[in-house]
Design a protein around this ligand. Structure first.
Ligand SMILES: Nc1nc2c(ncn2[C@@H]2O[C@H](COP(=O)(O)OP(=O)(O)OP(=O)(O)O)[C@@H](O)[C@H]2O)c(=O)[nH]1
Length: 388
C-alpha cells in the first residue's frame, strides 16, 4: 500500500524518518512521499533523511521559527493560517500513486498536537484517498500540560481522520529508562510494526503468496473509523534446512513440515495479539481486525493463517477478521502483525482524559485567582507611588 507520510512537529518528523529508513532497508515498498512540517526551524534542520524541499516551516510570521512551546491552540492556528505551504509541498508528490495519507504527530506538544488535526481536515477536504492519523501519546511522567494537550488533540484528531492508529509512549518506556532516552529504539519498533503492515499490500508479484494481503484489505479494516492498535511478534527460523530441497512439481522447494509451520504461525499470532500493543487495550472490544503473517513462502502455511484468523475471531468477538500473508523469501523469521481496528475498551484513554480534566480544572481555578493574587502581591495600600 502506497503512502504519503506527513510528520507534524518534532515527534512527527522523527517517526516519519524512522518509517522512511525502514522502507529503504526493506526495499522501498510503501513510502511514496514523505514530508515534515514544523514551527521550529532547528527541528527541521535536525532531520537526516528528508530532502530540503520536503521540510516545511510554518508559522514563521507568528513564532519566528522557534516552535509554539507546547501551546497546541497556537499550533492549530498556525497550521490553519499556513496550510497552503504544506499543500504546495504536496504538489510535487505524485498523489495519484498514493493509496492513503498518514499524518503523524506527538499529541502532547504544541505543533503536532494542534497542527495535525487541522492538516488532516484539509487533506480530507481536498483528496479522495483515505487520511489516517498516527497519534503518539506522551509518557505519564511528562506532566499535566502534555496530558491535557494529548487528550484534547486525541478527541479532535480521531474525528478528522478515517482512522487513528495510536502509539502510547508510556507503554513502551523500557524499565528504568526515561521515554526521551529511548526514542530512537521506540521509533524503530513503531516503524517495524507499521512497515510490515503497510508493505504487506505491496508484494511485487515475484513470490506469489497463497493468500496475499492487498491494499484494499488494509483500507477496509481501517474503514469505519475510530482508534486502532497494532501488535507484532516474530520467531527465528532454523534455516539450516535451506539447503534441504525437495523436488516438487518439477521445481525445487525448501522442505518444510506444514504441521510445524502451522503451530509456529499460531504461536506468533497469539504473541502478537496478547503481547504489547502500540496502544494497550482490552481486545474483546474490537470491531475489525487484520492479521498478516510474513516470512519465506514455504513457511506460510495457509492452514496456519486460517486457524490464526479463527482464533482472533474468538478472542475479539468480531466476525470481521481479514488475514493473509506477505512473503519475504530471504527472511530468517516468521513474523506477524495484528491490526485491531475500532477498539473501544481502552483504559489508558479513559485515564488520560481523567487526568486532563483535572489539569484543565486546576488551570481554570488558577487563572481565576491569578489576577487577584497579583493585585494582593502589588498592593501597598497606597503607601507607595508607581513611577507613572
Ligand atoms: N515516540 C516518540 N515520541 C516522541 C518523540 N519526540 C517527542 N515525542 C513525544 O511527542 C510529544 C510532543 O513533542 P514534540 O513533537 O517535540 O512537540 P511539537 O509538536 O514539536 O510541539 P512544540 O515543540 O511545542 O512546538 C512529547 O510529549 C513526547 O511524548 C520521538 O522521537 N518518538
Amino acid at each position: 500500500m502506497k503512502l504519503a507520510l506527513i510528520g507534524v512537529g518534532q515527534a512527527g518528523g522523527k517517526v516519519v524518518e524512522a518509517l522512511v529508513a525502514y522502507d529503504g532497508k526493506t526495499g522501498d515498498r510503501f513510502v511514496t512521499a514523505a514530508l515534515a512540517v514544523n514551527t521550529a526551524k532547528a527541528d527541521l534542520l535536525g532531520l537526516k533523511l528528508l530532502r530540503p524541499e520536503h521540510r516545511v516551516l510554518v508559522g514563521q510570521a507568528r513564532v519566528k521559527g522557534h516552535g509554539v512551546g507546547a501551546d497546541n491552540e497556537l499550533g492549530a492556528e498556525v497550521m490553519s493560517e499556513d496550510v497552503d505551504e504544506v499543500l504546495r509541498a504536496l504538489d510535487s508528490v505524485p498523489t495519484h500513486e498514493v493509496d492513503a495519507f498518514l499524518v503523524v504527530a506527538g499529541l502532547g506538544g504544541g505543533t503536532g498536537s494542534g497542527g495535525a488535526p487541522v492538516l488532516a481536515h484539509e487533506l480530507k477536504r481536498l483528496y479522495t484517498e483515505p487520511v489516517y492519523g498516527l497519534g503518539i501519546l506522551p509518557g505519564t511522567d511528562e506532566g499535566g500540560i502534555y496530558t491535557l494537550n494529548a487528550a484534547r488533540s486525541f478527541q479532535t484528531f480521531v474525528r478528522e481522520v478515517d482512522n487513528l492508529i495510536v502509539f502510547d509512549n508510556d507503554a513502551w518506556r523500557a524499565s528504568g529508562e526515561s521515554v526521551q532516552g529511548g526514542y530512537a529504539t521506540i521509533n524503530e519498533e513503531l516503524a517495524r510494526r507499521l512497515g510490515v503492515l503497510f508493505s504487506a499490500g505491496e508484494t511485487d508479484g515475484t513470490d506469489v503468496a497463497e493468500s496475499v494481503v492487498d491494499a484494499s484489505e488494509i483500507i477496509n479494516t481501517l474503514a469505519g473509523g475510530g482508534v486502532s492498535t497494532v501488535g507484532y511478534a516474530s520467531a527465528k527460523l532454523d534455516r539450516t534446512e535451506k539447503g534441504l530441497l525437495s523436488r516438487f512439481g518439477g521445481k525445487k522447494r525448501e522442505a518444510v513440515d506444514d504441521g510445524e509451520s502451522l503451530s509456529r504461525i499460531l504461536s506468533v499470532v497469539r504473541r502478537a495479539t496478547l503481547g504489547r500493543l502500540t496502544l494497550p487495550c482490552e481486545i474483546g472490544g474490537t470491531e475489525r481486525a487484520l492479521v498478516i503473517v510474513s516470512g519465506p513462502p514455504a513457511y506460510l502455511s495457509r492452514r496456519g493463517i486460517e486457524r490464526a484468523r479463527t482464533w482472533i475471531e474468538e478472542e475479539t468477538g468480531t466476525m470481521e477478521v481479514r488475514g493473509g500473508d506477505y512473503p519475504v523469501p530471504d527472511s530468517d523469521y516468521v513474523a506477524s502483525v495484528v491490526l485491531l481496528s475500532g477498539v473501544y475498551d481502552v483504559p489508558r484513554i479513559k485515564e488520560l482524559q481523567q487526568i486532563a480534566i483535572e489539569a484543565q480544572r486546576s488551570r481554570e481555578d488558577h487563572e481565576a485567582v491569578a489576577p487577584d493574587a497579583l493585585e494582593d502581591l502589588l498592593s501597598t495600600d497606597d503607601r507607595l507611588d508607581s513611577l507613572f
